[in-house]
Design a protein around this ligand. Structure first.
Ligand SMILES: [Zn+2]
Length: 349
C-alpha cells in the first residue's frame, strides 16, 4: 500500500475557519480568555444527529472558533496554515471557501476582508507550494440580497490562479431558506465566469439536489452524496458534468451516515461520478484530507482506484489545464513507483 500523503491531489472542499489547527484555536482562545466548548478540547470529533438540533450544535462550535478570527494577522495565519497542512498531505491545489462577511467588521469592511484572504492565498502559494485559490461563499442564513453583494465583490477578483476567486458557493444549513432565492446571486457569479459551487445533497436528499441543479446550475456540488438514493438523478448529474465534493468524515460527524463505511463512494463511482474528496471542517471533525482517502481505502479501494479518485479531484479543480496535466502525470508516477523496498530493489535490478 502506497503512502497516501504522497498521492498528488486537489482539495476542493475546505472552509476557512473550519481549516483552523486545534493548537491555533487553543492559542487564540487563551490570548482572549475565551472559554472553549468541551467538544473542542475533549479530543473527540464533533458528533451530532442529522437534525436541526444537531446542526445548531455544530454551528455553535463553528461560531466560537470564527469569533476568535478578528484581525488581519489571524486571517493570514489561517490561510497559510491551511496551505502548509495541505502541502504535507500531497495537495497540489487548495480551493478554500470563505464568507468574508464575518471578518469584515474587524478589518474595515467586506472588500478589505476578501482582499486580505486573496493576498494571503497568493503568499501561501509561494510559501507552501500548493496553489491556493478562493471560493467566496454566501450563507443560507443570511438574506439573498447579501449574497448578491458578495457575488458582485467576488467577480471583481475572478480568475483561475492563486490568490484569485475561482467560484461562488452557498453554505450553512442546507435546510435553511428557499434555494431559488439565491439564483440571482449565482447568475451574477456565473456571468463573470465564476464556477457555481453550492452545497447540496448532504443533509437533504435527491429532491433538494434537483432544486440546486435547476436554480444554481452547479459546476460542482458540495457533497451530493445523497444522490446515491436516486440513481437516475445521479446519472443525470454525471451526464451534466457536475463533479461531487465528497467529505466522508463530515457526513459521519453530522449524522448523515453511521459509519465511514456507509458513505456511498461505491455507488457514486459505479455511476461514473467524478468525486473529489474533501475534509470540510477538520477543526471540528478531527479528520484531514488524507484521512478521507484512508476512509476510501477502508472501503476496499486499491491504490489504482485511490489514484483515480485523486485524478478526479484534479480534473474537478478549477486550475489551468497546464497545472492539471502536470499533477495528473505526478499521480501516474505515484502509482507507477515501487510500493516496497523489495520491489524497489527488484526495479533497480
Ligand atoms: Zn462544507
Amino acid at each position: 500500500m502506497r503512502d497516501l500523503a504522497k498521492l498528488p491531489k486537489a482539495h476542493l472542499h475546505l472552509h476557512f475557519t473550519g481549516s483552523m489547527r486545534l493548537d491555533t484555536l487553543v492559542e487564540l482562545a487563551s490570548a482572549t480568555r475565551t472559554r472553549l466548548p468541551a467538544s473542542f478540547i475533549d479530543g473527540d470529533p464533533l458528533h451530532v444527529p442529522a437534525d436541526h438540533r444537531g446542526w445548531f450544535r455544530f454551528q455553535r462550535s463553528y461560531d466560537t472558533a470564527r469569533a476568535l478570527v478578528r484581525s488581519e494577522e489571524i486571517m493570514r495565519r489561517l490561510v497559510l496554515e491551511a496551505a502548509l497542512d495541505d502541502a504535507a498531505e500531497g495537495s497540489r491545489r487548495l480551493e478554500i471557501q470563505v464568507d468574508p462577511t464575518s471578518y469584515a467588521p474587524y478589518v474595515g469592511g467586506l472588500t478589505p476582508a476578501l482582499e486580505i484572504i486573496l493576498d494571503a492565498a497568493q503568499q501561501a502559494t509561494l510559501l507552501s507550494g500548493v496553489e491556493v485559490a478562493v471560493v467566496v461563499a454566501a450563507s443560507r442564513i443570511r438574506h439573498p440580497l447579501d449574497a448578491r453583494t458578495l457575488a458582485r465583490l467576488a467577480v471583481r477578483h475572478a480568475g483561475e490562479g492563486p490568490g484569485q476567486v475561482v467560484g461562488f458557493g452557498l453554505s450553512n444549513d442546507e435546510r435553511a431558506g428557499d434555494t431559488s432565492s439565491w439564483a440571482a446571486a449565482f447568475a451574477i457569479a456565473r456571468r463573470a465566469g465564476l464556477a457555481s459551487l453550492p452545497h447540496g445533497g448532504e443533509l437533504l436528499g435527491p429532491e433538494h439536489v434537483r432544486a440546486v441543479v435547476s436554480a444554481l446550475a452547479p459546476t460542482r456540488l458540495g457533497h451530493g452524496v445523497r444522490l446515491s438514493e436516486d440513481p437516475a438523478l445521479l446519472d443525470q448529474v454525471v451526464e451534466a458534468g457536475i463533479s461531487l465534493e465528497v467529505c466522508p468524515a463530515s457526513n459521519v460527524c453530522l449524522g448523515v451516515y453511521h459509519e465511514p463505511g456507509d458513505v456511498p463512494l461505491g455507488v457514486l463511482r459505479a455511476h461514473g461520478a467524478q468525486v473529489a474528496l474533501g475534509a470540510d471542517d477538520p477543526l471540528l471533525f478531527h479528520s484531514r484530507l488524507v484521512d478521507q482517502y484512508e476512509i476510501a481505502r477502508g472501503q476496499g479501494l486499491d491504490d489504482a482506484a485511490l489514484a483515480e479518485l485523486a485524478r478526479g479531484s484534479i480534473r474537478a479543480s478549477l486550475a489551468t489545464e497546464g497545472s492539471k496535466r502536470r499533477w495528473l502525470a505526478e499521480v501516474d508516477a505515484w502509482l507507477a513507483a515501487p510500493q516496497t523496498e523489495g520491489e524497489a530493489e527488484a526495479a533497480r535490478g
